[in-house]
Design a protein around this ligand. Structure first.
Ligand code: NIG
Ligand code: FE
Length: 423
């Protein structure tokens, strides 16, 4: 056996969740329950890469005599890939706790939005902030995400709604990506809402997005994806299609906020344009589910949003899984849904969408990696993948959603380096 010069070894994991074998195609159906568990498992790491994943005994044997890797003891703990939060709205200014109270008192999210609140409030605050202010305001958010186990996060613009302000938000994400250990995958979402100025001429705004913003963002390499809020009273299917096709034309892969409040056909549109994901889906139709399954488009479910919208019905996770749609989970972190915790999302997915703990973990790791085109790099613990690893302070994976409302993370390893540790 070849002995290896290693920088770090993780040993003695009670359960090591590899999530192996799904880097090429996402997990669907029964396979979502397969976590590739190694009991008493270990991981061998050099630089930022995983070299081997095996039993502790075999990992110990790999170490070259004389080499002194950092030893991380994971006794009684669960070792798993870092969470991938594949849907967030990052880098904004201001907060909206007043709307939290309005919602408690009975106002709906769409009522608040239509009366000029909601996203519009955050747009006003974000336009007033400089890029550096956005960076400063977002840093603690990213640190909280990392401490709660998120090692890769997707972040959307969409609180500028003017070319220069959209670009400012994306530049803030680019700067944050350079200074923070978490990896940020940027999405352009100029089509988040029709700005108040364009209220009576939404098609003019669509034109601005497709003819000015998208080419600009793409030319500067500031985003990988283009997202749109396809919703009754926001962007209709035809407008959404134009926006996503313009994005595609400029190399931005489509994503869709689909069928969240109303059954509009967002899932069908996602399938039609070959989106990388369709997100929300509380009101997805049977035809929409069929289309997503046929095209194997990742359904990113956001149960924390359903929680803050105080919905009785969550996205139909069981139906989606049964139909063979690859399901992922994300926080949807935004001023309406203020949580950085993928652990909370897992608990909500289990209790309110009846996903099993194993399904939820698959959805928050390897399938989430597929939702942001990173499955070749992260989302599972396999040789040649990036060493993005969590040591969770629980003896088995089911305790991750079961023990909730607290942070169960013991250590976070990002690209081979310990970036957070409880002691
Ligand atoms: O995904 N639905 C639209 N966009 C966000 C909310 C953004 C906001 O309220 O600021 C979402 O829930
Ligand atoms: Fe969202």
């Amino acid at each position: 056996m070849e002995r290896l010069d290693l920088d770090m070894v993780i040993l003695n994991a009670a359960e090591l969740l590899t999530l192996e074998g799904a880097s090429h195609t996402p997990k669907i159906k029964d396979n979502l329950n397969e976590l590739g568990i190694i009991e008493k498992g270990g991981v061998a790491i050099r630089g930022n890469q995983i070299l081997a994943v095996d039993s502790t005994k075999n990992i110990k044997r790999l170490v070259k005599p004389g080499s002194r890797p950092q030893i991380v003891d994971a006794k009684n703990k669960t070792v798993m890939p870092g969470f991938i939060d594949s849907h967030t709205h990052l880098a904004f200014a201001g907060s909206r706790e007043h709307e939290f109270v309005q919602k408690i008192q009975g106002k709906s999210y769409m009522e608040i939005l239509e009366s000029g609140g909601g996203i519009n409030v955050t747009v006003n605050a974000t336009r007033k902030a400089s890029k550096n202010t956005l960076v400063r305001l977002t840093q603690p958010t990213l640190s909280r995400m990392l401490e709660y186990g998120t090692t890769t996060v997707e972040g959307k613009s969409g609180y500028g709604l003017e070319t220069n302000h959209e670009i400012k938000q994306l530049l803030a994400l680019r700067d944050l990506n350079l200074i923070h250990p978490i990896e940020i995958v940027p999405t352009f979402m100029g089509a988040h809402v029709v700005p108040i100025k364009y209220k009576n001429k939404p098609d003019d705004y669509v034109k601005l997005v497709t003819e000015k913003m998208i080419p600009n963002v793409a030319k500067r390499g500031l985003a990988e994806f283009c997202d749109v809020f396809a919703e009754k009273g926001v962007f209709d299917i035809e407008q959404s299609r134009k926006i996503l096709q313009a994005g595609k034309h400029h190399g931005l892969r489509p994503k869709v906020h689909a069928d969240e409040m109303t059954t509009l056909g967002g899932a069908e549109l996602a399938a039609e344009v070959g989106a990388v994901s369709a997100d929300h889906l509380l009101k997805v139709s049977n035809q929409g589910i069929k289309s997503l399954a046929e095209k194997q488009i990742v359904a990113v479910l956001l149960p924390a949003t359903a929680l803050v919208l105080m919905k009785k019905e969550y996205a139909p996770a069981r139906t989606l899984i049964k139909a063979g749609v690859p399901v992922a989970l994300a926080t949807d972190y935004n001023p309406n849904c203020m949580t950085e915790s993928m652990q909370l999302v897992l608990t909500l997915a289990c209790l309110n969408m009846r996903m099993t703990p194993a399904e939820a973990i698959s959805a928050a790791t390897i399938n989430a990696a597929h939702a942001i085109n990173r499955s070749h790099l992260v989302g599972s613990l396999e040789p040649n993948k990036q060493a993005d690893i969590l040591i969770m302070d629980v003896p088995n994976h089911a305790q991750i959603p079961y023990h909730f409302g607290v942070n169960l993370v013991h250590k976070v390893i990002k690209a081979g380096k310990v970036v957070f540790s409880t002691r």
